[in-house]
Design a binder for this molecule. Structure first.
Ligand code: SAM
Length: 281
């Protein structure tokens, strides 16, 4: 079992919010390219329990051959079971237990579209460079959804420690999550920059979580995770972070909570002539 695990309950809690937050404006250009190029092979990196598959497969036309790659075999097993309803002869799914750094990069050079959701902020710039060069070598498209962008905005009365918590969380985001120092909140911008320099046409759009009273279970888990992150940076900060959590929990009980957590979605489409076949200048 890998060290940096994500529990299935957390992934289940965030899935409906993730799906409603995704930037639908990216779907038309993706579908157009998918059809024109007769794409069918998709690699979902860090697939977890298959949320990205459940979002995207029903929105893409024609035959689809998905590879779900994750280092956590128990999440992959759930992905297969919980995605049965969308599986058909048109949509095939192969789960692969593997690491982003090895099997992930290898497989990126054998598909038409590389995708990931809620993953980009966890990876390092070195790993991202490797991914971009694999994708460029085969003119694969890239769709990276729901990368955290560092913004946490509370609506309603502020707490004196909101900003402090946000700063500590964003600092924690930069810690190594397995592929080297993580990109954290800059992930979307940095990826767009690398992909543009590799000749891709990039569209980067906001896909914020807008959390209201109906999402209080997710908000509570999120706040607990933030306090844990503060404690991992410096255990001496825990009492202050717990004080903030108590006050914010009381606010949730009273008013239901209303906050925005910034994310971005990035679609990168390769130039119309595949790189390998481009005429020399
Ligand atoms: C935040 S979760 C996102 C899961 C899923 N994409 C979603 O949207 O619900 C990140 C996923 O990446 C996987 N992961 C993290 N580091 C990894 C690595 N080095 N190699 C393979 N998978 C990794 C985790 O097991 C987890 O399933």
């Amino acid at each position: 079992m890998p060290d940096d695990t994500f529990d299935a309950e957390w992934l289940e809690l965030r899935e409906p919010v993730d799906h409603r937050s995704r930037a639908e404006v990216l779907l038309d250009p993706l579908r157009q390219h998918w059809g024109d190029r007769r794409w069918s092979r998709i690699l979902d990196l860090g697939s977890g329990t298959g949320s990205n598959l459940r979002y995207l497969a029903p929105r893409l036309p024609g035959p689809q051959r998905w590879t779900l790659l994750d280092h956590d075999p128990s999440l992959l097993k759930q992905a297969h079971q919980s995605s049965r309803s969308i599986l058909s002869t048109a949509v095939r799914v192969q789960p692969v237990v593997g690491r982003l750094e090895t099997e992930g990069l290898e497989r990126a050079a054998h598909v038409d579209l590389v995708t990931a959701s809620a993953l980009l902020d966890l990876v390092s710039e070195a790993w991202l460079r490797g991914l971009v060069s694999r994708c460029q070598s085969v003119s694969a498209g890239v769709l990276l959804a729901l990368s955290y962008d560092g913004r946490i905005r509370w609506h309603g009365p502020p707490d004196p420690d909101d900003e402090w918590i946000q700063e500590r969380v964003n600092e924690h985001q930069l810690r190594d999550k397995g592929t080297g120092a993580a990109l954290g909140p800059r992930a979307g911008e940095v990826a767009a920059d690398h992909l543009r320099r590799a000749g891709y046409r990039c569209t980067l759009v906001p896909s914020p979580w807008r959390l209201g009273p109906d999402d209080s279970a997710l908000t509570r888990r999120l706040m607990e995770g933030w306090v844990e992150a503060v404690g991992e940076l410096d255990p001496d900060d825990l009492p202050r972070a717990r004080g903030w959590l108590e006050r914010r929990r009381a606010g949730l009980d009273r008013e239901g909570g209303d906050l925005e957590v910034g994310h971005v979605d990035l679609l990168a489409l390769p130039p119309s002539t595949p790189f390998s076949r481009r005429a020399a200048p």
